[in-house]
Write a protein that binds this ligand. Structure first.
Ligand SMILES: [Zn+2]
Length: 544
């Protein structure tokens, strides 16, 4: 465990603006900084970073926190992983309580990778295969291509170097079978797979001895999640941000060859389809997404599923399909760089691809098939945002050669927009903001104000009383549209708030049938007295 002291020490080195700007482009906006939120899709910035409060907050989706929270969420790391990452970013020494340093774990994978790399250099079959695919020496080093030997050799390597075999098993390097220990990768070309924090977490391996499974990957482990990671992301990351584009392929060799040809934003899924779990990673930097798959049945279907998912999540981009026997790696090897360039520049937009795919399944010259095509296309259309529904209604009608009004759009969209129009009251929010900005004011306010005086923002005020540092209040502190009050102004605004409250109270007491005359008299006097004082500009204690 990392000691508390060293975490505190690290925190002293962190500045939220500096930390966030390592990942996002921040623009100065008044006392704060702004960016488009990396956690939800948006085109106008509502993500605010406050150097004074050392926090970030998104007005769009409500996320917020400090430097550490940001890196955790952004890099999808655990707390200790985040601390380690920040410590290495800022060159701060961390101390550990005991010897169970989590770092030790992944060291095995690094060492095994080096072992595989060394063996590759001396293995002619593996080298010939890689060279024949057109992969350069530079790429071999950059992607750390290796070779996994026989099962026995790997196990001996681990044993001879006194690695913890239980740990090696946990990390998917070896496993136990009926005949004892065996290596997960046997006589395969290996491709190390990196996590977002830049550590090796697993391998992909291609057989060179004709094993049935052409490709295998490390098993799912506590550090290796196939449906979340993308091969090559660690290398492509910077270019994805720079070029605002990510090319998602299905093969490790495709990634390597595309990078070699200058398409350095290419990544690949790890033998799985694209899943919802991949989306946060793909969303980073809001790149245009190009799904580049094979033209066989499986590839077309995978591209369809990806298109549906990405369009529903409103990703920008489209699909590129490689025709028979021509995968991107082959095209690079054949020197067809220009052709690739134009293919990647003209992807078929996700929605068009999905609709075309649906309609192509049916013979639309047959009326009953045409009806089915319409139903299925319409079903998909309704799952999209309202603007897209309107736009693509026409497209479906054209494709099926039918009248546009036969294509239905979803009706419950209007409801959604109404929900967003929850009432806010600027005056109430400004009072809350004034207290949050200067918590010392709370003492005097407590005596005067009751949460029932807040008509619209009672919850926020009560939260302020319970936990003034609560993150969900950051949206109020950082809201530039709310005026900043000095003491005098706060006083005046409180008088207005109280006056409104007591005036209403006066009416409600007058018409309250449950009170007897005596009680009514006492209460009326209290309220009238309060109103009189307020008129003289005096704040009154709450005693109802
Ligand atoms: Zn957001």
């Amino acid at each position: 465990m990392i000691t508390k002291d060293s975490i505190e020490n690290l925190k002293n080195h962190l500045d939220v603006v500096d930390v966030v700007s390592q990942f996002l482009e921040l623009k100065k906006s008044g006392a704060n900084f702004k960016a488009c939120c990396p956690f939800h899709g948006e085109s106008t910035p509502s993500f605010v970073v406050s150097p004074a409060k050392q926090i970030y907050h998104c007005f769009g989706c409500g996320v917020g926190g400090d430097s550490i929270k940001f890196v955790m969420e952004y890099e999808k790391l655990s707390y200790p992983e985040t601390i380690e990452k920040l410590a290495s970013m800022y060159n701060v020494q961390l101390n550990y309580d005991n010897n169970n340093q989590p770092k030790q774990d992944l060291k095995i994978l690094e060492d095994v990778n080096k072992f595989y790399q060394k063996l590759f250099v001396n293995n002619k079959v593996a080298k010939d295969y890689i060279h024949n695919r057109g992969i350069s020496e530079f790429s071999i080093e950059k992607f750390e291509i290796g070779y996994a030997p026989s099962s026995m050799d790997t196990i001996n390597f681990l044993k001879n170097n006194y690695y913890n075999l239980a740990q090696a098993k946990d990390l998917g390097v070896i496993d136990t079978g009926t005949n004892g220990l065996y290596a997960r990768f046997i006589e395969r070309i290996t491709f190390p797979i990196y996590s977002l924090s830049g550590k090796i977490v697993g391998f992909g391996g291609r057989t060179i001895t004709g094993h049935n499974a052409k490709y295998v990957n490390s098993p799912q482990t506590k550090v290796f999640n196939k449906s979340k990671l993308l091969y090559g992301y660690n290398i492509a990351k910077e270019n994805i941000y720079k070029k605002n584009r990510i090319i998602i392929t299905e093969g490790y060799l495709d990634v390597i060859m595309l990078h070699q040809a200058g398409f350095n934003t290419a990544v690949a899924t790890l033998g799985t389809a694209l899943t919802k779990e991949h989306l946060p990673l793909i969303r980073r930097g809001e790149p245009q997404v190009i799904v580049a798959y094979d033209g066989d049945g499986a590839g077309l279907n995978a591209a369809f599923k990806a298109s549906v998912m990405l369009s529903q999540s409103e990703f920008d981009g489209g699909v590129v399909i490689f025709g028979e026997g021509k995968d991107p790696a082959d095209m690079v090897n054949d020197g067809k760089i220009q052709e690739l360039n134009s293919i990647f520049s003209n992807p078929k937009p996700f929605i068009n691809y999905a609709i075309d795919y649906i309609i192509a399944k049916y013979d639309i010259n047959n009326p009953s098939q045409k009806q089915k095509a319409l139903l299925e296309a319409n079903e998909y259309l309704k799952s999209l945002g309202i603007i897209y529904q309107d736009e693509y209604k026409r497209y479906i009608a054209q494709k099926l050669n039918i009248r546009e009004n036969l294509v239905k759009v979803s009706s419950d969209v209007t409801r959604k927009t109404e929900v967003n129009l929850t009432k806010i009251d600027i005056a109430e929010l400004c009072i809350i903001k004034a207290i949050l900005e200067n918590p010392k004011r709370l003492d005097s306010v407590l005596d005067i104000v009751d949460s029932s005086m807040f008509e619209f923002h009672r919850n926020e005020f009560e939260l302020l009383l319970q936990d003034i540092d609560n993150q969900s209040l950051n949206g109020i502190v950082l809201n530039d549209k709310l005026e900043t009050y000095d003491d005098q102004r706060l006083n005046n605004e409180l008088i207005i708030l109280l006056h409104k409250f007591y005036s209403k109270k006066l009416t409600s007491i007058k018409y309250d049938d449950k009170l007897n005359l005596k009680e009514k008299g006492i209460q009326l006097r209290k309220v009238q007295d309060a109103l009189r004082q307020l008129k003289q500009g005096k704040l009154v204690s709450y005693n109802l």
